[in-house]
Ligand binder design. Structure first.
Ligand code: SAM
Length: 310
């Protein structure tokens, strides 16, 4: 674990804020923008970049063919805003039915947002349209069946040779103190019983990404310290606190807590996390869709072998 955050991370945050000021000054001046940007760059810091798939050359090399990237669950659109401003020659597309991405602003010309529900199909895009598809933080939004449908749709949209990357947090705190252990042990069942959502989905992420047709899948599990370790860790602490608050009703119902017990437990978890050097893991999976149909390839090999035998 690094003792100090790379100065580069803060330079990047300042550079991004300045760039965004040209596009949507009203959003940049809003307090919520800073929180969104800090949380994006905090995650980027611990994941060692905004993407892990080997697409840097694709995004920067000039080519006659347009390069297109998609974030089909883009939320506030911050990942795409960073990509569109960093790679001005790449066409960036985002979609989210909630439409919480900024609207009515002077967006970069290579970026567009729409309001589609990705599980109903992003029908405005033809088959094999995208070079890179990125999906991040869907764990408590997509039940199992919807995740499968989403992956199949993304498989349709991904070009042969294109890359897909999934990133999500494994929300169960590791190296946990005693109260935290009680909460994280009980939480998956509470969540499954009340919402039907599976908090452990990152454990099967490789199986899901394969539904897109991706092969040669790679996985990383970078860690995010909660409130200790380096200057960015306060962001992870805020992240855990926000996650706690967003699950408040579910936790109170599932664990039988009243309001006071909820607040006491939340504070204890945050204190224990610093004392025990607790962390959460990110799960990152990426893979590429094969360039040619493996079945065709297999018949080529048979043909060559027959020739060789002659
Ligand atoms: C936790 S947010 C993550 C957003 C973004 N990927 C990020 O990293 O900030 C989950 C998002 O999933 C979106 N979502 C839920 N169901 C969806 C669906 N069927 N199609 C597309 N987006 C969906 C929600 O609107 C929400 O913005």
């Amino acid at each position: 674990m690094k003792a100090n955050v790379d100065k580069e991370d803060f330079v990047d945050i300042d550079r991004f804020r300045a760039t965004m000021h040209n596009y949507c000054p009203h959003w940049v001046n809003d307090g919520a923008f800073n929180r969104i940007v800090e949380s994006h760059f905090g995650m980027r810091h611990y994941c060692h970049g905004s993407f892990s798939a080997p697409v840097q050359n694709l995004l920067t090399n000039a080519s006659d063919q347009p390069v297109r990237i998609l974030d089909p669950v883009c939320g506030n659109g911050i990942w795409l805003l960073e990509m569109a401003t960093t790679y001005p020659d790449v066409q960036c597309f985002g979609s989210d039915p909630l439409g919480v991405f900024p609207t009515g602003f002077n967006e970069p010309t290579n970026l567009s947002f729409s309001h589609e529900d990705a599980t109903l199909g992003l029908k405005q895009f033809p088959d094999e349209y995208f070079d890179f598809i990125h999906v991040q933080l869907i764990y408590h939004r997509f039940p199992r069946k919807m995740r499968k449908v989403l992956m199949e749709e993304l498989g349709r949209l991904l070009k042969p040779g294109g890359f897909i990357e999934l990133r999500d947090v494994d929300p169960l705190i590791k190296s946990a103190g005693p109260v935290t252990t009680t909460v994280t042990t009980g939480l998956p069942k509470v969540m499954a019983d009340i919402t039907g959502h599976d908090l452990r989905w990152t454990h099967y992420m490789i199986d899901y990404i394969k539904l897109t047709g991706a092969a040669d899948v790679c996985q990383q599990r970078p860690v995010m310290p909660i409130g200790w370790g380096d200057d960015m860790a306060r962001l992870t602490r805020d992240y855990v606190e926000n996650a706690f608050c967003s699950f408040k009703d579910i936790m109170m119902q599932g664990f039988g807590w009243d309001e006071a017990k909820f607040i006491e437990t939340k504070e204890t978890v945050l204190q224990e996390s610093v004392a025990n050097h607790s962390f959460v893991e990110f799960c990152i999976c990426w893979g590429a869709k094969p360039l040619e149909d493996l079945a065709d390839h297999a018949s080529d090999i048979c043909f060559l072998t027959e020739d060789f035998d002659d």
